[in-house]
Write a protein that binds this ligand. Structure first.
Ligand code: NAD
Length: 494
């Protein structure tokens, strides 16, 4: 394969051919990035922040064009392109450009029983970071990660999804226009084999966002190369709706959480478990919300656009058909729209058997299955019945219950009475438990993960010419050590 044919998923029409970067060129890109990185790492964090703010301003000044490109390449609606991709990215760059020097400031550690000594942790850039990204947020995911990596003093080589390379290439042009070092951030294009070439190249850390299956393959190569890898993989977010929830607000939140981006969000609400006492009321409110959604070619007055990946709409159709065979009741939707474009009707499935595939496997499309529970214990058990653990949601007006239930759900993030939005808050971490991933992105901790830690240990003052535990050993020394040992753990640290 020498080129990728990029199509508009809402029309099926070809937008552009994009050349595939050969494997040798991927390796050369990494080499050039490494050369550029040494000069970049020598700049102060404040200087790097000022450069990143110029990149942010270029994104801000070209927001309309970026919205158009995102809409054309993904089929999502413009409101979501602006809100979920551009706004979040702009804010993330601003946050880290302003805060990185504080976050990455060397950290002093005192030694509790030996005050003559001290340690300092220094956060040093790792070198070249390879980023592999999916198609559902072609700007927010890769450019957010790349901007953080650059702020930490690294260079970046990005391999965007084979379905959506144009947005990444446009971001790269804006980066160049902003006058940042061109080789410091590069984009290589192609499919999984180009991604594999990047993972095998001498990058110093890999950020992979995508499917569990591909993530495991990437992790295996990173293990062989002994380079750190951060994996952001699939999700099967449950929403638990308790009998005291505000049902109108909950239905509106669930509709948005399940159908935004046509349900193609790793954090999408993928299954609702509702208390049997309010099941009918919630199902009715949800059906009203979902029936009111306007579906169609992405425009200003459309709520749900097209899906992005042809194989994905087929998978969604198979899952829905399977659920219906298992006994689920279709409350609305349930079919693909006729005509061009990847449009699947927003679908609500009720009375889904608790072991059905639709409640177990990631759907990644505009489908929301519902089942009911009898007790808090059962709700928590159902929520945890998954190999995935990215996001989970709890709806209740009882704040103590919200906290109590949230802490028992096996998910990286549990939100109470809200959905999806923490991805847009740069100070909060984004990560999955179980097979949803390893490591984290975003947050101050995420920025530190993009650095190597160098531990320097030195002396504050020198009370003895030689340390007490050095040679020579003797019976007297041993006895003194025994005495000191007993004194420490009998009296000092009781
Ligand atoms: P994918 O795994 O097919 O591809 C992701 C990226 O990795 C693409 O750029 C692809 O070309 C590349 N790739 C695939 N196989 C590779 C390999 N063996 N070596 C190197 N690179 C390889 O995933 P996708 O279909 O693009 O994305 C959908 C999945 O991503 C869903 O499961 C979704 O939940 C997940 N996702 C997770 C998050 C998160 O933050 N946890 C965010 C968005 C999407």
């Amino acid at each position: 394969m020498t080129s990728l044919t990029i199509r508009n998923p809402a029309t099926g029409k070809v937008i552009q051919e994009v050349p595939v970067t050969p494997a040798e060129e991927v390796a050369r890109a990494v080499e050039r990035a490494r050369t550029a990185q040494s000069g970049w790492a020598a700049r102060t964090t404040r200087e790097r922040g000022a450069a990143l703010i110029r990149f942010r301003n270029a994104i801000r000044d070209h927001a309309e064009e970026l919205v158009e490109s995102i809409v054309r390449e993904t089929g999502k609606v413009p409101q979501e392109a602006l809100m979920m991709e551009i706004l979040g990215t702009t804010d993330l760059i601003t946050y880290f450009a302003r805060r990185a020097s504080r976050i990455l400031r060397p950290r002093r550690i005192g030694i509790h029983f030996y005050p003559t000594r001290q340690s300092t942790l220094h956060y040093v850039p790792r070198g070249v970071i390879g980023i592999l990204s999916p198609w559902n947020f072609p700007l927010a995911i890769p450019i957010g990660q790349a901007s953080m990596a650059l702020m930490a003093g690294n260079a970046v080589v990005l391999k965007p999804s084979e379905l959506t390379p144009l947005v990444a290439l446009q971001a790269k042009r804006l980066y160049d226009q902003a006058g940042l070092p061109p080789d410091l951030f590069q984009v290589v294009t192609g499919d999984a084999s180009t991604g594999a070439a990047l993972v095998r190249s001498p990058v110093n850390q890999v950020f992979f966002t995508g499917s569990v299956a591909a993530g495991k393959k990437v992790a295996a190569v990173c293990a062989e190369r002994l380079v750190p890898v951060v994996l952001e993989l699939g999700g099967k977010a449950p929403a638990l709706v308790f009998e005291d929830a505000d049902l109108e607000r909950t239905a509106a939140a669930l509709a948005w959480g399940a159908f935004a981006n046509a349900g193609q969000v790793c954090a999408s609400v993928e299954r609702v478990y509702v208390h049997e006492g309010v099941h009918d009321a919630l199902a009715g409110a949800l059906a009203r919300e979902v029936k009111a959604l306007r579906v169609g070619p992405p425009g200003r007055d459309v709520d749900v656009g097209s899906m992005t990946k042809p194989q994905q709409i087929e998978r969604v159709a198979q899952l829905v058909d399977g659920a219906v065979r298992d006994g689920a009741k279709v409350l609305c939707g349930g079919r693909r729209r006729e005509g061009p474009g990847l449009f699947y009707e927003p679908t609500l499935l009720d009375e889904c058997p608790k072991d059905s595939e639709i409640l177990r496997n990631e759907i990644f499309g505009p489908v929301l299955p519902i089942a009911s529970f009898r007790s808090e214990e059962e709700a928590i058990e159902l929520a945890n019945q998954s190999n995935l653990g990215l996001l989970a949601y709890v709806f209740t007006e009882d704040r103590a219950r919200g906290q109590r239930v949230a802490r028992r759900i096996e998910a990286g993030t549990v939100m109470v009475n809200d959905v999806l939005s923490t991805f847009a808050f740069p100070e909060t971490p984004w990560f999955g438990l179980k097979e949803s991933g390893l490591g984290l992105v975003h947050s101050d901790e995420g920025l530190k993960q993009m650095c190597q830690v160098r531990h320097v240990h030195d002396e504050r003052f020198r009370p003895f010419r030689k340390e007490l535990w050095w040679y020579p050993y003797s019976t007297r020394k041993l006895e003194r050590f025994f005495r000191a040992y007993r004194w420490l753990y009998t009296w000092l640290y009781r």
